[in-house]
Design a protein around this ligand. Structure first.
Ligand SMILES: C[S@@+](CC[C@H](N)C(=O)[O-])C[C@H]1O[C@@H](n2cnc3c(N)ncnc32)[C@H](O)[C@@H]1O
Length: 257
């Protein structure tokens, strides 16, 4: 089956930048990156102009590697992840009346995209609003929902996905999560998050998790819990976090009826 890329209206919201901004704010991180880049470029030009060819080439290569790392990271967080999720959601061929849960919705990059596909459904997001995304808060997500015109289709909850979710068993047709579960520090916590997701997924429902790390473990746990049709794949360069070594993988599975 060929990929389906859904037509989404132009994004109007502000979805921040993904990263760990607990100790250093996103503004300072960007300032630091810009300063390092300027220093590397100046050092390259200066060493080459001084006739230090080998040193100049080495610093030049480091400069290009640094630019590649930062460029792919920014591309992924600002553009790539939206494009990739548009294709993933298109391939799910939703009817439009589903109940969907986004685990760790943050400022709504995925939640508000899927909400556009649910004219008769509901998109529920749950998050702890940690500094794993710049400007993360329920207010920011609600503001984005207003801007995207989907505020009437979404619901936000504040909660930890490693503890019991505030939803009954078998509630959701689809459970999504993007770049969240690896933030949970312990293997037990990550397993609890998968277990809870499966509890609130209705029989026949699908679970779709994108993440940087531990995805083989998520797939194994889903299999242990009896889910079927389990697949795991690399989402490619649009979701590289600076390098192919930090690629995002997608795990999908279906809960048996
Ligand atoms: C990198 S952001 C990704 C947000 C969103 N899924 C996206 O793709 O834009 C990770 C999100 O996971 C949330 N998060 C991390 N650990 C969590 C937990 N234990 N329970 C709920 N949310 C959590 C953070 O607050 C943050 O919003």
């Amino acid at each position: 089956m060929s990929d389906v890329t859904i037509e989404l209206h132009r994004r109007k919201g502000d979805y921040g930048i993904d990263g760990d901004f607990e100790k250093i704010s996103a503004g300072w991180v960007l300032t630091g990156v810009a300063a390092i880049l300027v220093a590397l470029v100046v050092a390259t030009v200066w060493t080459l102009a001084a006739g230090l060819l080998i040193t100049g080439v080495i610093i030049g290569v480091l400069t290009l590697a640094f630019m590649f790392f930062q460029g792919t990271y920014l591309w992924t967080t600002l553009i790539g992840k939206f494009r990739v999720w548009a294709r993933i959601l298109g391939n799910l061929r939703l009817r439009g009346d589903e109940q969907v849960l986004d685990l760790g919705c943050g400022r709504g990059a995925l939640l508000l995209t899927v909400a556009q596909l649910l004219p008769r459904g509901r998109a529920v997001g749950i998050d702890l609003w940690t500094a794993d995304q710049s400007g993360n808060s329920p207010e920011a997500t609600l503001r984005n929902a207003d801007l995207e015109g989907v505020a009437d289709r979404i619901e936000l909850h504040t909660g930890d996905i490693t503890t019991r979710l505030p939803f009954a068993d078998n509630t959701f047709d689809l459970i999504l999560s993007s770049l969240v579960v690896h933030n949970i520090p312990s293997a037990e916590g990550r397993r609890a998050a998968i277990d809870e997701a499966v509890r609130v997924l209705r029989p026949g429902g699908r679970i779709v998790i994108a993440d940087l790390l531990h995805t083989a473990r998520y797939a194994t746990r889903l299999q242990e819990l009896g889910l079927t049709d389990i697949h795991r794949r690399n989402l490619g360069p649009h979701m590289w976090w600076g390098s192919p070594l930090l690629a995002t993988r997608l795990v999908t599975a279906t809960k048996p009826t």
